[in-house]
Design a protein around this ligand. Structure first.
Ligand SMILES: Cc1cc2nc3c(=O)[nH]c(=O)nc-3n(C[C@H](O)[C@H](O)[C@H](O)COP(=O)(O)OP(=O)(O)OC[C@H]3O[C@@H](n4cnc5c(N)ncnc54)[C@H](O)[C@@H]3O)c2cc1C
Length: 313
């Protein structure tokens, strides 16, 4: 921030695929922005994504994030490592404070803080994800689980619905309860018709290196699956927006208009934090729309006459 104008054009909170893409767009629109990131993108969990546009051989989450950071930085974006802990509105500007003591003021805020997955309690979860024994997103990688022995681990109706989605990819998909409960009549019928067996709550889930996951049940039954999809929900990182009065859905994900603006004027939300499909291509699409909307709302930043331009502008 300069002394002459301490208020940034925009503050981007979160530097996953959504925030980094928005930063690239806004920097290319020659806007003064800051990006603040707590460094915990969901994308870093992706062993290899095969549905990310432009990567026919797949791309790891870390490699994608590296590329997106490199692209944003190439246009002058600075990414500050901090967690924004407070966000307030005062007149025409938003004021943010970070846990490390950072302070930012901006006309517009793009919230790209994502969600944090709820995961089952089990040892070596990270290795299990790395090896595809635990998968967290059927839309992302159901294709990679083709013809595998698949379990969906979730509250029973949720487990059945996800199992139906996964039946596109495998004949052997089971629904495993994450908590006690009986399926609704409709879900029980759907499971029966799709030949999806419904199992009780397992006593343990263990990652077997290179061989999937084993579930042990109270009656002594043991099952081994090539892959387990836990569907336990996620914690939307929407607290900053809720604090400003923004509307959220039942999952506390933000409700937005067609330009990705929340119900709070000037506060935009992009990526997984929005009530929409959680995908990289959706996140970058959100970012493009929101960043362009913000640029068009800001005062015009016409190119100066040549004589008054600094040489490197
Ligand atoms: C195992 C796995 C596999 C996946 N595979 C695929 C796939 O193949 N294809 C696909 O399209 N999608 C996939 N996804 C989903 C994809 O990762 C997400 O859709 C994507 O990362 C969303 O991007 P985002 O920028 O909205 O959020 P994120 O990538 O989660 O980034 C949010 C960022 O905001 C930061 N943040 C949060 N709160 C604050 C705060 N208060 N202050 C500052 N920073 C904050 C976080 O630390 C994080 O860095 C997968 C997800 C997982 C978990």
């Amino acid at each position: 921030m300069t002394e002459e104008d301490p208020i940034l054009d925009a503050l981007v909170i979160g530097a996953g695929p959504a925030g980094l893409t928005a930063a690239t767009y806004l920097s290319r629109f020659k806007r003064r922005i800051a990006v603040v990131d707590a460094g915990n993108s969901r994308a870093r969990w992706i062993p290899t994504s095969h549905n990310c546009p432009g990567f026919p051989s797949g791309v790891t989450g870390d490699a994608l994030l590296d590329k997106l950071r490199e692209q944003a930085r190439a246009y002058g974006t600075e990414i500050v490592g901090d967690r924004v802990s407070g966000l307030e509105r005062d007149g025409d500007a938003f004021h943010a404070v970070g846990e490390q003591g950072g302070r930012w003021a901006a006309r517009y805020v793009l919230l790209a803080t994502g969600i944090v997955d709820c995961v089952p309690k089990m040892a070596r979860l990270e290795q299990a994800i790395e090896n595809g024994a635990i998968r967290l997103c059927a839309v992302c990688d159901g294709y990679e689980a083709c013809d595998e022995r698949i379990a969906v681990y979730a509250p029973v109706d949720e487990a059945i619905r996800h199992a139906l989605f996964l039946r596109t990819f495998s004949r052997e998909v089971l629904a495993v309860r994450s908590e006690a409960g009986e399926p609704s009549a409709e879900c029980a019928r759907l499971a029966h018709d799709a030949r999806v067996a419904v199992l009780p709550v397992p006593e343990s889930i263990d990652y077997l290196a290179g061989e999937g996951c084993r579930m042990r049940f109270a009656d002594g039954d043991e099952r081994t699956f090539d892959t387990v999809y836990p569907v336990l929900g996620g914690n939307a990182q929407s607290g900053l927006a809720i604090g400003l009065g923004a509307e959220v859905d039942d999952n506390e994900e933000l409700v937005v208009d067609e330009h990705l603006q929340t119900s709070v004027d000037g506060l935009y939300a992009i990526g997984d934090i929005v009530s929409a499909l959680n995908q990289i291509s959706v996140a970058v699409g959100h970012a493009a729309v929101a960043a362009t909307a913000v640029h068009n709302r800001l005062p015009r930043n016409f190119r100066e006459d040549k004589a008054s331009q600094p040489e490197d502008a």
